[in-house]
Design a protein around this ligand. Sequence first.
Ligand code: FAD
Ligand code: SF4
Length: 328
Amino acid sequence: MRPFSYARARTLEDAARLTRDEGAIPIAGGTNLLDLMKLQVETPDALADINRIGFGGIEETDDGGLWIGGLATNTETAIHPRVRTDYPVLARAILAGATQQLRNKATTGGNLCQRTRCFYFTNIDQPCNKREPGSGCGAIDGIAKLHAVLGTSDQCIATYPGDMAVALSALDAQVEIAAPSGDTRRVPVRHFHCLPGDTPWRENVLEPGEIITSVALPPPVGGTQIYRKVRERSSYAFALVSVAAIIEMDDGKFTRADFAFGGLAHKPWHDERIAETLIGKVASDDVFDKAADILLEDARGYGENDFKIPLARRTLHAVLQQATEAAA
Ligand SMILES: Cc1cc2nc3c(=O)[nH]c(=O)nc-3n(C[C@H](O)[C@H](O)[C@H](O)COP(=O)(O)OP(=O)(O)OC[C@H]3O[C@@H](n4cnc5c(N)ncnc54)[C@H](O)[C@@H]3O)c2cc1C
Ligand code: SF4
């Protein structure tokens, strides 16, 4: 690991000063950043420890929703009674990720900003447009089993690896962001992560020095909430395909169908047309097929990851079947 300075920020202003004056990168749980520093993928000159800036914990909001602090740990969020009762899709998604030890350290902000698990990105001897713009993409003609089939570009086909953000996208949560100036803004989780396009190094909408202070959940949404994660091992593995779903049915017909998908794209994948296809329809294989057709209309495999296209179809079918049985 290369030498770097470390300073503990006690306030947002401290963190802003460190990022502005010393070019520091924020560190929260460190479970992703330190790994990448050891591999020399990330080479910051300075770290700003943001664990003491005061955005931990989980609180009710005035509208009955929940405020999840940017520094709340994944464990705190997953076991919170309101999260378990009112947003079970979120608790299930978090518990499907990493390990208990990692979840005890991992934070809301760090989890949202975790970087891709592409093998070429994490190996500094390999070409990677995300790590070193213009160097090429090793994955496109290489080992691409974990890679994206939706929203790719000829610059990058990496996937976003997280689980929590997939559930937050289905819930239509908002990310609250503080700028170094002290201004704050809110961005829907659905628009927080970016597609690779011509700028694969830009993974989310954060500007330099901006800090995630919280995630806001809407008032309880009800419905049958499902998180299904398909992976190579039953624990401690990233998703090949995952589905977060909030589904309501009345009289055998879909009245709500909010979906987001993990493992398929450079961001949690949300497509409003799936809900439009399902709402008002009686559950049937035919209707499930139409929803999968919409999801995978523009899907493209890169050889090794071709299997993700039929796998996504089957996983969506299974989730719709499970929701239909729950509503019966
Ligand atoms: C072996 C292993 C298996 C894993 N499996 C899974 C899995 O199956 N599913 C899953 O979802 N995750 C998985 N993870 C990833 C893990 O969840 C992340 O490492 C963790 O959530 C990152 O949070 P952190 O607080 O440690 O972030 P850090 O490592 O501290 O930071 C990560 C990035 O976020 C930035 N950052 C941190 N906090 C903020 C903030 N508040 N505002 C702005 N930027 C910020 C940092 O600058 C850094 O760039 C796994 C990790 C490991 C090591
Ligand atoms: S897929 Fe993206 S992250 Fe992976 S090698 Fe290509 S450019 Fe780099």
